[in-house]
Ligand binder design. Structure first.
Ligand SMILES: Cc1cc2nc3c(=O)[nH]c(=O)nc-3n(C[C@H](O)[C@H](O)[C@H](O)COP(=O)(O)OP(=O)(O)OC[C@H]3O[C@@H](n4cnc5c(N)ncnc54)[C@H](O)[C@@H]3O)c2cc1C
Length: 383
């Protein structure tokens, strides 16, 4: 069996590692020109699902490297009001790791063969296999095609054209604050051990959490995986300001065209009158790293017939960030599909994977939408 994977994101790379460990040939095709072509230096919360998946698919020393570059977080979220009065602690037992997205991706890329500059456009299936076509005029042939191409998946659009991705009614402005002795002093000690959110009027939110490497990254690499050089090893506090579109007051195209410093001005306006910490954080954002992220979500659909085409990650179950579950679910998909393919004939394996994935994946979409509705004013999934 040979597997064509479209997309070198978290889901596609988790699958690629799992397949290699099972001795199943695969090749990853990525539209970006290189691994670092897009900025991806923000925090990812990895919980039990993501960590278990990584343990299953990665070589032990790569999983150890992942754990050694991740900060441990306490199993709760602190919810403050806009005056920084602690309103509640939301308990969430289990593993909680603060990781840098690009670090996780670099670990996942290690030892994988990725063809860059390959933008998938369409596929054709026949009795013996499937052919994927790319924008550069080339093609790839295999027995299974896996769309791991994210929220705007071209594979999904051809395969399941009725599956919708809708606007959640929210936008987040993402920033990061480099951690120095001066900026560290802004925060209470517990804020380095949890995800914190301040909730203000109109359900505007400021969320913040650290990415603080427990040990110098170069030293961990030298100890565990000497042929890997990780970049992006400076600690920061990730800090996003989220609100409903009408509160932000700028349409999507306008925000997308704004310079990072203007985005920061929008964020400053949104926290005007809040506790001084909110303003102090936004004022210290690393300006060039600021970006707007419109929040979209998949709408769950019913089962479909298994075939030589399947989907993992955001390509089938994109979700709002309100449960910190999108990356975790994508990693889980990769591990689950690899395990299924290692243990059964192709169509049986795809059917077993999709039965499980449709349950847990859409459950995560629903839970994220419900959290988003309760805390941020996300639109209900049905509308
Ligand atoms: C700012 C932010 C913060 C987040 N924080 C968290 C968090 O804390 N915890 C969490 O669990 N989740 C989080 N998420 C969600 C998480 O990032 C996604 O759920 C996850 O990246 C999905 O992985 P994926 O592999 O399915 O898709 P992606 O990571 O989007 O990867 C898709 C890949 O496919 C490639 N691609 C796209 N189209 C094509 C094409 N036509 N041909 C070839 N390649 C293509 C893309 O270039 C990309 O490399 C966050 C998301 C954002 C934006």
């Amino acid at each position: 069996m040979s597997v064509i994977i479209i997309g070198a994101g978290l889901g596609g790379l988790s699958l690629a590692h799992g397949l290699r460990r099972a001795g199943i040939p695969c090749l990853v095709h990525e539209r970006d020109e290189s691994a670092g072509a897009r900025k991806q230096g923000y925090r990812l919360h990895i919980g039990g699902d993501g960590d278990t998946a990584l343990r299953e698919v990665l070589r032990p020393e790569l999983h150890e490297l992942f754990r050694a570059t991740a900060g441990r977080a306490l199993p709760h979220t602190n919810v403050y009001d806009d005056r920084l009065r602690l309103r509640t602690r939301l308990a969430d037992p289990g593993v909680h790791l603060n990781t840098n997205r690009f670090t996780v991706r670099q670990i996942l890329l290690h030892g994988q063969e990725v063809r860059y500059g390959k933008r998938f456009t369409r596929y054709e299936t026949d009795a013996d296999g499937v052919t994927a076509y790319f924008a550069d005029g080339t093609s790839a042939r295999g027995e299974l095609l896996v769309g791991a191409d994210g929220i705007n998946s071209a594979v999904r659009r051809q395969y399941l054209p009725h599956a919708r991705v809708v606007d959640a009614g929210l936008v987040h402005l993402y920033g990061r604050i480099p951690l120095t002795p001066e900026t560290r002093a802004l925060f209470e000690p517990e804020m380095f051990a949890v995800f914190s959110m301040m909730l203000g009027p109109d359900r505007t939110m400021v969320g913040f959490a650290p990415v603080d490497y427990p040990e110098p990254v170069a030293r961990v690499c030298a100890r565990l995986v000497p042929d890997l050089r990780l970049r992006d090893d400076r600690p920061y506090m990730t800090c996003s300001v989220g609100a409903r579109w009408e509160v932000v007051g700028h349409p999507e195209e306008e925000l997308a065209a704004m310079a990072p410093d203007d985005l920061r001005k929008v964020a400053l306006r949104l926290v005007d009158g809040w506790h001084p910490l909110a303003r102090a954080m936004v004022e210290r954002w690393d300006v060039p790293a600021t970006f707007p992220q419109p929040i979209r979500t998949s709408v769950p659909i019913g089962r479909w017939e298994p075939s030589r085409v399947t989907l993992v990650g955001d390509a089938i179950h994109a979700m709002s960030p309100a449960a910190g579950a999108g990356a975790n679910t994508a990693l889980r998909d990769g591990a689950a599909l690899a395990a299924a393919l290692a243990g059964a004939p192709l169509l049986e394996a795809v059917a077993a994977y999709e039965t499980a994935m449709v349950n847990y994946g859409f459950a995560a979409v629903r839970e994220s939408a419900e959290n988003g509705r309760r805390y941020l004013g996300q639109r209900p999934l049905t509308s």
